[in-house]
Structures are given as C-alpha cells and as structure tokens.
Design a protein around this ligand. Structure first.
Ligand code: GLY
Length: 373
C-alpha cells in the first residue's frame, strides 16, 4: 500500500473522530449495536481508557487541541476508583491508565498523569504472586468467588504499565514482576504451535499450575482469536522492553500461527478453532490488535523478514478499512463493525477497543512513534 493510501485513511479518521466527539459526550463506551450508538457502561469497566486513548492519539497525530481538551479529564475520573469502597479495579488498570494517565504524561508532561500512572502501577504490582510468579487477573470468577490463582492472556498488555513505571522511576522492581509474569505466561499459556490459552489456573498458595479454561474462547483446547492477538502484542512489547530473544521468538511463533489461521479476507472469526465458520461472527478487534502488534514486530526483525509481518499487518488493515468500517455511516459512533466479545456475549457488534487499536495501527503507518502499550 502506498503512503498516500494510509494518509487518506488518517484523514478519514480525523473527520470521523471529530464528528463523533459531540455524540460521545461523557459516555464510557464499550460496545455499539445496530443503532450505531455506543453504550455508557460506567468508568470502572476495563474499556474506559480506549475512547480517551483514541482522542490522545488523534491529538498527537493532528496537533488539534480539541482532541486534547476532550481527553484531558479521563484519568481523573478513573483515579476516583482507588478511593471507592469497592473491588471494581483489577489487573485491567493497564488498559485503563495507559491510554489515559500514561499517554497524557507522555505527550504533555502532566504531573497528575504521572502520579495516577504510578498509582495504577503500584496497584498492579500489588497483585503479583511471588510464588507463582504471575499477576493475578480478576478479583472474582463468573460464579462470584475470588480467583487469586487466575492468570489471563490479556494481562500481557497490562504489564506494559509495569515496564513504564520502571522506566520513569528508575526502580527495576516493576519490570522484574512484568518479566516473571511474561515467563509464566510463556511457559503455560502458549502452545507449541503458537496458539494461546485464555485462562490459566494456579494454586495461589504453592504457585503450582493446575489447568486452563476456555474463558472467552470456545473451549480449553480452542484458540480465541483476540486472546491470540493479546498474546502477540504482549510478547512484542515484552521484547521491546527487555531485548530478551526468548520473547521475540514467542511473539514470532504467535504471529505465524495468527497469520496462518486467518481466513481469506484477513479478518479472523472469534475463535480460530470453530468446527464450522458458517454463521459464526468475525472479530475485527482481534484483527486490529494483531495488526498493530505486527507493525511493531516488523521493526524488530532483519530487513528480509520485515515484509512477512508488515505485509500481514497491511493486508489486515486494508481489509478492515475496505470491508468492515463505517465510512458510509457518518452517524455511526464506531469505526469498525463486526467485532465479538466472546462466543456468548457482545456478538457481531462494534467494540471500542477494536477502534482504538485500529487508530493506533493506522497512526503507526503514518509515522506515529509513541508506544503506550
Ligand atoms: N480483556 C477482555 C477482552 O479482551 O475481552
């Protein structure tokens, strides 16, 4: 794809997001259905960071102040959860504070963004289990009971908060926890063929591995496509922060599996191991996350290998742009259609995190150099 092609998509994003700001108002968006309106799920939900994250990236890409003005207050809203007498926050503070507090501090030097980012990193570090060498995922399982031994593949993105905290404070403890967590995920969560598991269960007392669950994928043996994308992105990042070849190798292994498992139009179904794809929904969010990760992976490999990863990313993004976007529906608040939360919920909708990673990836193709996750 030519540079002009990606510049044109960036310009379309600028028009689309500008138009959407007023429609979004103060909403905390998660999903949009057929009516094209995002819900307002509440600021404790794990997706709160993504709309402000889109605004911050658009501010950085265009220099337009109205994006910054609309994004500015979000890390303050999130911070309130630290003093509420509830247990709403968990390992997803990474998804919440990286595209709000951390990006705000990175782009503007704002001291509140810095303080809130560190506050979130301390919270995440406190979830580290030193015997099992992992970051605890959620507080409770689907039955409402505490799950101190659960680790999920998505957390590979949340640990970016720990790498950031070590970088900006000079204290290596955060980074060491992140590396141990990545090693544990690599040992138990990534199969030989590069596919990934969603939920890993450990004995929180002894640290012993017990079993894995299908989680948002089809089954324990299946291959949830967004989980694969989280794993890919997380190991690319872990390599970026550590330069440890084991993590690069793991990222490549997941990338090869993801690319090989894609259907003809390069946008995955919600699980890579469905018995039949007939009637099954796609997950454009998995596609966008993986594309953004593949662009970074291409930066870490020798010249002869770059096309493998950058080419796959561009094919995915072109398909999303031409087959799955809402360009011809100006009042639709989302950018991408046909995303899927899991096999049982939020099926064939728009998901705000799909939009975030699409914006991020298109920005990378237009020269965006900051890395938040
Ligand atoms: N972090 C949850 C998900 O990917 O749906």
């Amino acid at each position: 794809m030519s540079t002009a092609y990606w510049e044109d998509i960036m310009a379309r994003l600028d028009r689309k997001v500008t138009h959407t700001i007023d429609q979004m108002g103060t909403k905390c968006p998660h999903f949009a259905g057929e009516d094209g309106k995002f819900d307002d799920i509440g600021s404790d939900w794990w997706t709160t960071g993504f709309w402000p994250g889109i605004l911050w990236i658009m501010n950085d890409m265009t220099g337009k102040d109205y994006y910054k003005e609309a994004a500015w207050h979000w890390d303050g809203i999130l911070e309130e959860w630290f003093i509420k007498p509830t247990e709403e926050l968990h390992h997803d503070v990474g998804f919440q504070f990286l595209p709000t507090a951390v990006i705000k501090n990175t782009l503007t030097g704002d001291a509140d963004g810095f303080r809130r980012g560190i506050e979130a990193a301390n919270f995440l570090a406190a979830r580290y289990n030193p015997v099992g060498r992992y970051i605890r995922a959620w507080n409770n399982g689907p039955d409402g009971k505490p799950v101190p031994g659960w680790v999920i593949i998505d957390c590979m993105l949340n640990i970016s908060l720990l790498f950031w905290a070590s970088k900006v404070t000079g204290d290596p403890r955060y980074k060491h926890m992140a590396i141990r967590h990545a090693e544990t995920t690599m040992a138990y969560g990534i199969r030989e063929d590069g596919s990934t598991k969603h939920i890993l269960s450990f004995d929180a007392e002894t640290g012993a591995y017990i079993e894995n669950f299908g989680g948002q994928g089809l089954s324990p043996e299946s291959s949830w496509s967004r989980g694969t994308a989280w794993g890919l992105y997380g190991f690319v990042n872990t390599y970026r922060h550590t330069e440890d070849e084991r993590f690069l190798h793991t990222a490549k292994r997941i990338a090869h599996y993801f690319i090989a498992a894609l259907p003809e139009d390069h946008v995955p179904y919600w699980d890579f191991r469905l018995e039949s794809e007939a009637g099954m929904s796609r997950d454009t969010s998995a596609a966008a996350i993986a594309a953004s990760a593949l662009l970074d992976l291409a930066d870490f490999v020798p010249a002869g290998e770059k096309r493998l990863y950058a080419g796959a990313a561009e094919r995915i993004l072109r398909s999303l742009t031409e087959n799955y976007a809402t360009w011809d529906q100006p009042e639709h608040e989302a950018i991408l259609l046909h995303a899927t939360g899991s096999g049982t919920s939020f099926i064939d909708v728009s998901l705000i995190y799909g939009d975030y990673y699409y914006v991020e990836a298109i920005s990378k193709l237009n020269g965006w150099k900051h890395r938040i996750f």
